[in-house]
Design a protein around this ligand. Structure first.
Ligand code: IMP
Length: 429
């Protein structure tokens, strides 16, 4: 059996898409477990650049089945857009390897609308969401108002569900937000069309994933976002509404906790976050600017500039613990080249106390001041280096520091966006 979970160690944007693409070369199945079109997974292959929001990043490999798993929330309009891009690039055949879980939830027009209205209502306390309707869609799932992908296959049942749900949503829109109601016929016609187009993609992906694992096939579960955006384990309330942590990946893929899973933590060589919320190592100075510009740290979904800072090792250690990470991948290491010194946060100062654990409340997060260890930087451009031994000594020391600090080995190092800008120290499949 061979099952890998790909998990982001910080606030997302760690470069999971590239790593999933690299590992998918030898994988039989890739399952996206949670989230929706809030994610933006970038894959670069030579001159082509793809940004996947819903479709698993393994789709470019001809032998790999790609499943949109049970734990996802799917906006059919965004999905069809992505499918169109693939077809436009002569990859229409790839769609024969794409399957959508009937248990995944649909993102409806009122979700996107409510996402924006609720953000405005929060005023200064806004979350800084991607505006894709993700929170309201998961809210409906938990409150049992959700409409699932399989409901698209039963026109009459879909109409009944939409009718009741929309009456309820319109009451909220009109009475809470003083917003005009949405029209049943418009939504019904739009989603009936999606049902017709997508029907032959809809299936029981959990069964497919289970059978693949059982028969010893190589399976990757592709997590989206990152540990600190996890609804339970992240910097609540500044989180997404799903579970990017590894346990959520299993649930979202519909696979039980089998033995021997490789849990790969994808960790960027520095840290970034987009949206509001605590970020102790954020650099609001020229270092932050350097990282943002050199690292092209602008949201793949929203284009928003990302907040940037030094690698937060406290968060990394926490991610190792809550995800049971067995191996690390360090991405965008090339971006640190040219900095005379590199800082790595190994603790937080809270008042008179130094701590090495993440706090429990938002208030406590706001008091955390990073405590850094300083390492020498390197001048060299490492983006064309293909083996660990060729990396400058200072670069290797940075990686070894991370390994010693977390007690987790680094299996892959990414030194550029392209597939071949990758140093492999461990073969996962
Ligand atoms: P939502 O997921 O759109 O509700 O946004 C909630 C928070 O998660 C916001 O701070 C977003 O910026 C952040 N977020 C959601 N998806 C991603 C992602 O894929 N990368 C980075 N941040 C994300």
């Amino acid at each position: 059996m061979s099952l890998c979970i790909i998990t982001g160690t910080h606030w997302g944007d760690e470069g999971k898409g590239k790593i999933v693409d690299c590992l998918s070369q030898n994988a039989d199945v890739v399952v996206r477990a949670q989230g929706g079109s809030n994610a933006g997974h970038t894959v670069v292959t030579g001159k082509e650049k793809y940004v996947f929001h819903l479709i698993p990043s393994g789709i470019l490999h001809p032998g790999t089945l790609c499943l949109l798993g049970d734990g996802m929330v799917i906006n059919p309009s965004s999905l069809l857009e992505e499918m169109k891009v693939l077809t436009g690039k002569n990859l229409g055949d790839a769609l024969k390897r794409l399957y959508i879980s009937g248990k995944a939830h649909l993102v409806m027009p009122y979700h996107q609308l409510l996402d924006g209205l609720m953000e405005s209502f929060r005023k200064k306390g806004k979350i800084g969401t991607t505006g894709q309707g993700i929170g309201p869609a998961y809210e409906d799932k938990v409150a049992r108002w959700g409409i699932r992908v399989a409901d698209l296959l039963d026109e009459k049942g879909f109409a009944e569900k939409l009718s009741v749900t929309l009456q309820y949503k319109n009451r909220i829109l009109e009475n809470v937000f003083r917003h005009p109601p949405l029209l049943f016929d418009t939504i019904f016609q739009e989603y009936r069309g999606y049902g017709e187009t997508l029907s032959h993609f809809i299936t029981d992906t959990s069964k497919m994933a289970y059978e693949a694992v059982e028969s010893g096939q190589k399976v990757i579960i592709e997590g989206a976002q990152g540990t600190m955006l996890d609804l339970d384990h992240g910097t609540y309330p500044f989180v997404t509404s799903s579970h990017p942590a590894s346990a959520g990946s299993l649930l979202g893929a519909g696979i039980g906790p089998v033995n021997g899973i490789e849990i790969i933590g994808i960790c960027k060589a520095y840290t970034s976050r987009v949206g509001e919320g605590p970020f102790p190592t954020e650099c609001r100075d020229e270092t932050g600017e350097f990282l943002r510009e050199k690292g092209h740290e602008y949201g793949a979904t929203t284009g928003r500039p990302r907040r940037c800072g030094w690698l937060d090792g406290v968060v990394l250690k926490y991610a190792v613990r809550v995800n049971s990470i067995t191996s690390l991948v360090i991405t965008k290491l090339d971006i640190l080249g040219g900095l005379p010194h590199i800082q790595l946060c190994t603790g937080y100062q809270v008042g008179n106390e130094k701590t090495s654990v993440v706090p429990l409340s938002s208030e406590a997060w706001n008091q955390c001041q990073p405590v850094y260890d300083e390492l020498d930087g390197w001048e060299e451009d490492i983006s064309e280096i293909h083996s660990y031994g060729e990396l400058p000594a200072a670069t290797r020391r940075y990686l070894e520091f991370i390994e010693d600090f977390t007690s987790i080995p680094v299996g892959i190092i990414s030194v550029g966006p392209d597939r071949n800008q990758t140093i492999i120290r461990k073969e996962y499949f």
